[in-house]
Ligand binder design. Structure first.
Ligand code: BV8
Length: 250
């Protein structure tokens, strides 16, 4: 069954097929990054939804920065896994390939992906609350909490999208366009509950794309997916890649 499904999907992946991939925290799970809603998704007694909000930052910027500093410490120790690496290879193989991620861990870029639509920002970037400029910051641990803008002294915030905040309009437009354009939409390692990201596979399907889900657990998207691989990203993506290589050799 799995081998046939892998073969069927690989046979759909011609070089000129426009492909879009939406990834979530699950693709980084095998690298050791805790997911949001799985075990280890908690931090002290808090949930992500309690801390990743402008209200939480307003109320206690030090606590929110401590959480991000802890996550940055974790993410600094982990490496991309074969799931990330396969997607970086596919970007080079398929002329029309869009990688859309909800993740802020930077692992797709570390794996070699160049064109990444980061829907929810990036944990390795800060933004000045006064001037708005975005800077890279890879200090682990942070030199001071909360960090301050070196040019104006105002407090910095993580350059990520919190619950209740709008996503960057350009990034979101690129994600919608890629979802409408693609003929295959892979949905890898997401519980498909956070919007507007969770609407992208629906938009793709409505535009005529086939949706392929890769997730050890079923999600609200499973019923809509044309293929649903009950497996880990680090296993299924390399299996698809091996089949692709086999087909191009034959
Ligand atoms: C917005 C950055 C307009 C910060 C994040 C009701 C309906 C629709 C929407 C809403 C609603 N109520 C509220 C909303 C809006 C809200 C939302 O969607 N809430 C949800 C919880 C219902 N959305 C927003 O607020 C968004 N903004 O809508 O703007 C607006 C403006 C003003 C007022 C209202 C609306 C902003 C959302 C962005 C939030 N920021 N991250 C940070 O990370 O610190 S979201 C956060 O969750 C991460 O980005 C994460 O990626 C994302 C989604 O989670 P997943 O990636 O799916 O991770 P999760 O742990 O859930 O699942 C992991 C999956 O992997 C599981 O399925 C597991 O089985 C699987 N897995 C595990 N191991 C593996 C694996 N898969 C493959 N391989 C493995 N080895």
């Amino acid at each position: 069954m799995l081998a046939e499904e892998i073969k069927s999907v690989a046979e759909l992946m011609d070089r000129d097929t426009p492909i879009a991939v939406l990834t979530g925290a699950g693709i980084s799970a095998e690298s050791g990054v805790p997911t949001f809603r799985g075990e280890g998704g908690l931090w002290r007694q808090f949930r992500a939804e309690d801390l990743a909000t402008p209200e939480a930052f307003q109320r206690d910027s030090k606590l929110v920065w401590e959480w991000y500093d802890w996550r940055r410490g974790l993410m600094a120790k982990v490496k991309p896994n074969p799931g990330h690496q396969t997607l970086a290879r596919w970007e080079a193989r398929f002329p029309e390939f869009a990688l859309i991620t909800q993740n802020i861990d930077g692992l797709h870029a570390q794996a070699g992906s160049k064109r990444i639509i980061e829907l929810h920002g990036n944990i390795w970037k800060t933004r000045c609350l006064a001037e708005g400029q975005v800077s890279d910051n890879n200090d682990v641990p942070l030199k001071e909490i909360p960090p301050r803008c070196p040019s104006c002294g105002a407090m910095l915030r993580p350059h990520v999208v919190w619950f209740g905040e709008s996503l960057d309009a350009d990034e979101l437009d690129r994600a919608f366009a890629a979802s409408r354009r693609c003929r295959l939409m892979f949905v890898v390692g997401t519980s498909a509950v956070v919007h507007p990201a969770a609407s992208l596979p629906v938009i793709a399907a409505q535009a005529g794309a086939l949706v392929i889900e890769i997730n050890p657990d079923p999600t609200p998207l499973t019923a809509e997916a044309d293929f649903s691989f009950r497996g880990k990203a680090g296993d299924i993506l390399p299996l698809l890649d091996q089949q692709l290589m086999k087909i191009s050799r034959d």
